[in-house]
Ligand binder design. Structure first.
Ligand SMILES: Cc1cc2nc3c(=O)[nH]c(=O)nc-3n(C[C@H](O)[C@H](O)[C@H](O)COP(=O)(O)O)c2cc1C
Length: 483
């Protein structure tokens, strides 16, 4: 018997046109041209394939109000349709997995089954589907839907996934006899009609192509609520939610895996690859400098001190909802010292953005204010004790949402990834760049070699499919009769 297979880190790259820091696109070195051309996405995909990443991830959010939303999430400023783009990228690459995002609310299972199965064939088994259920009633109204359907969209997604899995299996291997002698093209015993009649879908037929090379296309999901945990436990191979601490991640992963096994009888590995946004400098000070240049690009309100809201706004439901937004981030209109003062419980307007926060002022901050001071210290080494925290630092650090950032040298970033990996908080990471292209190139050219030296990341591909990169077998066909 050989020794047990060595545990290996998995890496995905989350592709967004401008990267993920909302001020990133404003850096002089960040590109603004050609982002909607194939060469741009292909450059990113080839970079990470050369670095032997497991997959290239095409996220997708359909904005409700593209102009308003792009201030908060520059990736909402537009993107090419992911299936069309992925089919081109399949031609430009040969090994790397391709993750395509689709929201079940906006598709029929039969259409998505055809799209995904076709792409799995065209890419020779490299596809994964990122199931998303993001909430935007405005986006739903582009699809003749009055709204998203509230929590029922999860029930719809559950049936959707069960149907799509049946469709992928609906033609068994060996069904295409193509027997010239007998004239029999198809074997009718290997073709299955679904006759599915459910709460949301009625699907009678068969997917008209051979079963996808991966049999069942792997599913990826992000989300940590009760409904999201259930969806991952029931159906998914990967989750990239990423709670903020190692302890929380271990607890989350354990909970989802236990549900999968105990409640749903799924004895399969589920991989947890939290999203992470490294900011890589020559050393820590250089990385902090890059981070602060990024933050300086965050658009503030026209009047960054007093803002432009009237007094009633600060006691409105709209303001309460903004503060509770789960993925954080302040929209334009509440990016001023006025809104910051509301949040930390101390009026900081008098000194303007450059005023240094004294120990006396900081001592009056509420819990949110104290945690913000902690975040600023972790990210930038600015502390009240040293007299280096300005009101503007607090404001800018309170605006951005998104993925946890790791700010440091390549060694610092690698150390952090290895710590999470070694302690079992993650099997790998869904890496994103704060802006294009420098940070992506720094990750592949500086961090990846350190991971290899430590023996945790592959030096070359040992498989050609998405499942293969994760060591996942092609599952048996649930309709198969001849085994
Ligand atoms: C990291 C992350 C990325 C997401 N990306 C998208 C997306 O691109 N499109 C989308 O419609 N929803 C997206 N979502 C929303 C999820 O699909 C899901 O609706 C949400 O996570 C539910 O969150 P909860 O279970 O934590 O409440 C994303 C969620 C997370 C956490």
């Amino acid at each position: 018997m050989g020794s047990p297979a060595k545990r290996e880190m998995h890496l995905g790259y989350m592709y967004w046109l401008n990267g993920t820091h909302w001020g990133g696109w404003r850096l002089p070195e960040a590109p603004t041209a050609n982002a909607f051309e194939l060469d741009y996405a292909a450059k990113a995909a080839k970079l990470v394939e050369d670095a032997k990443f497991d997959f290239f991830f095409l996220g997708d959010t359909l904005p409700g109000d593209i102009y308003a939303e792009h201030w908060g999430t520059t990736h909402n400023a537009g993107r090419l349709e992911p299936f069309t783009l992925a089919s081109q990228l399949a031609l430009q690459t040969s090994k790397i997995g391709l993750v395509v995002t689709a929201h079940p609310t906006y598709y029929e299972p039969y259409i998505l089954a055809r799209l995904t199965a076709s792409l799995d064939h065209l890419s020779k088994g490299r596809l994964s589907w990122n199931v998303v259920l993001g909430a935007s009633d405005l986006a739903a109204q582009n699809f003749s839907l009055p709204d998203l359907g509230g929590e029922r969209r999860y029930a719809r997604a559950d049936e959707f996934i069960r149907v799509i899995r049946l469709l992928w299996d609906s033609i068994e291997d060996g069904a295409y006899l193509q027997d010239k002698k007998s004239g029999q093209y198809l074997d009718p015993t290997k073709i299955h009609r679904l006759a599915h009649k459910g709460e949301f879908f009625q699907v009678a037929g068969t997917l008209p192509m051979p079963r996808p090379p991966q049999g069942q296309i792997p599913l990826l999901y992000a989300g940590a609520s009760e409904l999201s945990r259930e969806l991952t436990a029931r159906h998914c191979e990967l989750n990239f939610t990423g709670p903020g601490t190692i302890e929380d991640s271990i607890a989350f992963n354990t909970d989802v895996r236990e549900r999968a096994r105990r409640i749903h009888g799924r004895d399969v590995p589920i991989f947890f690859l939290p999203g992470i946004s490294p900011i890589i400098g020559d050393d820590r000070a250089d990385a902090v400098d890059i981070f602060e240049r990024l933050n300086a690009g965050l658009p503030l309100d026209d009047d960054p001190v007093d803002g432009d809201k009237d007094e009633q706004f600060w006691s409105s439901d709209a303001w309460a909802a903004i503060q509770q937004a789960p993925r954080g981030g302040l929209p334009l209109g509440v990016r001023s010292l006025r809104s910051l003062s509301e949040r930390i419980g101390v009026d900081l307007r008098a000194g303007g953005l450059d005023a240094v926060i004294t120990a006396e002022t900081a001592s009056r901050f509420n819990e949110f204010g104290q945690s913000l001071l902690g975040a600023v210290a972790t990210r930038t080494d600015r502390t009240v004790e040293r007299g280096t925290v300005r009101a503007g630092d607090l404001l800018r650090n309170s605006i951005g949402g998104g993925f946890p950032q790791v700010i440091g040298s390549a060694q610092d970033v690698a150390d952090r990834l290895i710590e999470w990996f070694d302690r079992g908080a993650a099997e790998g990471f869904n890496i994103n760049s704060p802006y294009m292209w420098d940070q992506l190139e720094r990750f592949t050219s500086r961090v990846v070699p350190i991971l290899r030296d430590k023996g945790v990341f592959r030096t070359d591909y040992t498989a050609d499919t998405f499942r293969g990169h994760f060591g996942l077998e092609v599952p048996p066909n649930r309709f198969a009769t001849d085994s």
